[in-house]
Design a protein around this ligand. Structure first.
Ligand code: ATP
Ligand code: MG
Length: 573
């Protein structure tokens, strides 16, 4: 492509809402433009990268035996009512009516539509397994769209759905997708990690997220340096301590202490001269209308997802003042387990707690030397807290490390959640009706591109990994008005095109400095500079964007040399 003909509006300024570097660079490099909140247009340069990622995904999905379909984005309410998600999905689901007053939504995901398709077409075990995928637009009315295309409302997703006759088959389908995802993200040149994850809104039994490691990532993850364990912070299991026998011999006498204006853990520690691990926090939740007191250590936070999963409730939120008063007999902020009128569940880490401090269920009072069994009762211990760096690995016991990541892909074992609700059944060998076992597998296309930029940039701009670069080479004659330079550039350009290389010829009548800046910004991996001095010696300069290494190469060899670089770096293809 000739630069002079490109629609490539690079920009010096970035909008104030562009907080992360990928968002800033995608705007500056003329890849995307915002239409309205959370809705973006891809410009030619951006769309080329999208297509690169899509092609890698297509190749690996096809190789794994999945087949591409294209499902409607507009979906009838009936299907969502059938699966039970019409209301459950909440405000993320954009609903509307047609002229006949029928309800529809824009698909935020496609379990309902694919299950509907498959239940009518697949009748016997002979037609199973099947894995169908698509690359298609989703709409989720995100509460706070941010970071450009990383968390937007309209976005492209590759979503795949597997249907199996039995558990064993479903396990194999999951494995295949897991392996395909490993290949896809490696081929995109990303530094990433699969982590165990909560199965969230989509529901189901088992899942992994693929996290691109980046400090700007919205997800916290923990991982073990010693074994393979890695998990989303939301999901990471706490180690279960051995229960020690407590005969009460070391129990100190319990006492109530007046603690006016002492609220935070730090204030309690200072006031009572104790450590955070001596304190137990009591949070009262409203679980489907009933109060539940959740106890965690003073330095810990309650993981609401774990609490919700543990209680198997539909709605979980912090109790309001009325519920707190009914349970504790005091205003908000003084809850403790002693005498509380609620079910009490405690995190495993409190298994051996002794002589602890807690709220006294009385305004401005704490209790000291509170002990389980003697002063209060715990209905159940469970894993309820947010994992932290330094926690013992639940697999091997070594200390966990933490990092931040961007979730680019997610694989779920769904089991029969949708097939049961929507009656996707088949006849087995014995002519008996069985429910299909499903899996679903998503990759955010735009988010993958943004994540790649988060990992590959410097102060001058983007540094594309070769396999997803919008163009592989840019040719920069330093002065287009000098016939010898323009002529040499044109010749190299034509040969590269003939050899199938994706190349930009910067034929603009601009200063060399401007051209170099733009080439750096848009991140083309290889730049060929054609200047008068070197050309007189029969040479051109090749610059590697990533390392800034510059090589002098004979004009006659440059095309072969470039092809070598492109294919080397593209080696995974
Ligand atoms: P998140 O937790 O980030 O909201 P999710 O877990 O709800 O995402 P999934 O339902 O697992 O998302 O969707 C599959 C993939 O789609 C995600 O791994 C992510 O790459 C992408 N994705 C999800 N939501 C968005 C969004 N708002 N903008 C861009 N990509 C998204
Ligand atoms: Mg997810």
């Amino acid at each position: 492509m000739r630069y002079s003909e490109m629609f490539l509006p690079t920009a010096r300024e970035v909008p104030s809402d562009a907080e992360v570097v990928s968002h800033q660079l995608m705007i500056r490099a003329g890849m995307i433009r915002k239409l309205t909140s959370g809705i973006y247009s891809y410009l030619p340069l951006g769309y080329r990268v999208i297509k690169k990622v899509e092609n890698i995904i297509r190749q690996e999905m096809d190789r794994a035996g999945a087949q591409e379909v294209y499902l409607p984005m507009v979906q009838p309410a009936e299907l969502w009512q059938e699966s039970g998600r019409w209301n459950y999905y909440g405000n993320l689901l954009l609903k509307f009516k047609d002229r006949n007053d029928r309800d529809y939504c824009l698909g935020p995901t496609h379990e309902e539509v694919i299950t509907d398709l498959v239940r009518y077409e697949i009748k016997t075990y002979r037609q199973l397994p099947k894995n169908l995928y698509q690359i298609q637009t989703k709409f989720r009315d995100e509460i706070r769209p941010r970071f450009g295309v990383m968390r937007c409302r309209e976005f492209g997703m590759k979503d795949a759905y597997s249907f199996d006759a039995d558990e064993q088959g479903a396990e194999m389908s999951y494995r295949k997708m897991f392996d395909a995802y490993m290949k896809i993200f490696a081929r995109c040149g990303l530094h990433f990690r699969p982590v165990e994850a909560d199965s969230g809104e989509i529901g189901g039994s088992y899942s992994h997220e693929f996290m691109v490691m980046a400090d700007s990532g919205e997800d916290g993850i923990v991982f073990c340096g010693a074994c393979q364990y890695a998990a989303n912070m939301e999901k990471a299991e706490g180690a279960v301590p051995e229960k020690e026998t407590m005969d009460g011999q070391n129990f100190l006498p319990v006492s109530e202490v007046h603690t006016p204006a002492v609220r935070t853990i730090e204030e309690v520690c200072a006031f009572l001269n104790v450590q955070p691990q001596d304190i137990v926090k009591t949070l009262v939740f409203n679980a489907d209308g009933k109060p539940v007191a959740v106890l965690v250590g003073g330095a810990d936070d309650v993981n609401e997802i774990k609490v919700k999963n543990y209680l198997k409730c539909n709605e979980l939120e912090l109790a309001d003042d009325a519920m707190i008063y009914a349970a504790t007999g005091s205003p908000r902020g003084f809850a403790g387990a002693v005498g509380i009128r609620a079910r009490v569940i405690a995190d495993y880490s409190l298994t051996n707690m002794m002589n602890v401090v807690m709220g006294a269920n009385r305004e401005d009072y704490h209790m000291k030397n509170v002990n389980i069994g003697r002063d209060f009762k715990v209905d159940d211990f469970a894993d309820l807290r947010v994992a932290r760096e330094g926690d013992a690995c639940p697999r091997c016991g070594k200390a966990l490390k933490s990092a931040r990541g961007i979730e680019v892909g997610h694989v779920f074992k769904l089991g029969t959640k949708y097939s049961k609700a929507m009656k996707a059944v088949y006849l087995d060998q014995n002519g008996h009706e069985q429910t299909m076992i499903m899996g679903c597998y998503g990759i955010g296309i735009g988010r993958t591109v943004a994540a790649a930029i988060e990992q590959n940039n410097d102060k001058d701009g983007i540094i594309w990994p070769m396999p997803i670069a919008p163009y592989q080479v840019i040719i920069t004659p330093v002065n287009i008005n000098e016939a010898s330079l323009a002529g040499a550039a044109e010749k190299i350009y034509q040969s590269l095109l003939d050899r199938g290389i994706e190349v930009i010829l910067d034929d603009r009548d601009e200063r060399a400095g401007v051209k170099f800046k733009d080439a750096d910004l848009i991140g083309i991996p290889l730049r060929v500079t054609i200047g008068p001095k070197k050309l007189a010696e029969g040479k051109v300069e090749l610059m590697i964007r990533k390392t800034r290494e510059i090589k002098e190469i004979a004009v006659d060899n440059i095309v072969d040399e470039l092809i070598e670089y492109v294919t080397q770096q593209d080696g995974l293809l």
